[in-house]
Design a binder for this molecule. Sequence first.
Ligand code: PLP
Length: 458
Amino acid sequence: MEARKVFLTEDEMPRQWYNILADIKMNPPLGPDGKPIGPEMLAPVFPMNLIEQEVSTQRWIDIPQEVLGILRIWRPSPLVRALNLEKALGTPAKIYYKNESVSPPGSHKPNTAVPQAYYNKAFGIKKMVTETGAGQWGSALAFACSQFGLECKVFMVRVSFDQKPYRKAMMETWGATCIPSPSPETNAGRDALKKDPDTPGSLGIAISEAVEAAVSDTTGESRYSLGSVLNHVMLHQTIIGLEARKQLDKIGKYPDVIIGCAGGGSNFAGIAFPFVLDKMNGKAVEIYPVEPAACPTMTKAPFVYDHGDTAGYTPLLPMHSLGHAFVPPPFHAGGLRYHGMAPTVSQLITEGIITPRSISQLAAYEAGVLFARTEGIIPAPETTHALAEVINEAKKAKEEGKEKVILVNFSGHGLLDLSAYEKYFSGALTNFDLTDKDILESEKIFEKFPKPQLLKSR
Ligand SMILES: *Cc1c(COP(=O)(O)O)cnc(C)c1O
């Protein structure tokens, strides 16, 4: 009988993260003067030990013992064969999902929240400030800060704050404070409220608020933390793909297709980056990051220099972007409502090494419900996008009569997203497909910025 689940022992857990910056060429981040920024410019925002990681080009980076000790609460995470889903689809494909929903906050996000809290604590920081979209990142950082005895403050995008009251309760249970963004507490928040008092908010605005709150703390003991997009976040998430590779090795398999949903790109990078090098070395593997059609950063927006936040506090990053002022429609996958994309993921797209896909809201929920009714676990709305693409691929494998191995990152469960499922069942959810005109309009904003070069890593 073929394995339904593949486990690793705690001793088999990876001891190092994989740093893709050793293997790809990147445009540098730029400061306000259009010149590459030095690490010292980020010092008010992040602790120096994390900044060093952000710019490191060392291929393998040791995971500190204290971090491993906490990750072991739920890691190694299981790799599960989706046999019932395969059967329902009548596909010859073998579908394996890496179950990242087993962490205490219910997603992959603590894989980076824990090391970030560790490095902040080691640097002498007392308080971490962040933003959260769907609430997953806020709860992950709240959990991590509680493990290290750090204070934690979270600006939560208004639309999600209203849609998901229990995420706030979760953060408070771990000792964090959580307020809706835009808030009257910061200049960035006040500006956004002045422009539109009824704004649903956006990750871009919430990032501006959190950065501002962190750097304006005169004690110097606060730092900002970001749950996706940045190089060090992608680095910490590679534990997912490194484990998955060992698990597949154990059963003598290698993926033909790797799929992950992508908001800022971190859970996708986590599962995919350890396989990207193989692909650059000639291995035949298709790698698909999946985004919502309502926020088509990778499939429709250009590769440009843009700010990571709405107020323009962050450096200019080379990435696919819909423009930092873009406020996505309030579709129900808060973690995928971001205007930009990780520079590393964006670079791989420009080189054609990975191929983005987009999924409409209704197709995503349909896939989520099928997964719940076959495999049992109710997926987070973000995760359903990846699952919809898995189903597309499994159907394609059926048409072609091919026994493909599909590896997907199951980024989180949806047990705090049930109000969105309720809306889906009542017929209240619709598709929000953006027109090319909407996109052109939002993009005028970076006409004045320098353009990144098209670099070839190989
Ligand atoms: C935050 C989140 C995402 C999207 O963020 P990435 O950085 O792109 O991974 C996807 N799935 C879940 C469950 C999330 O919480």
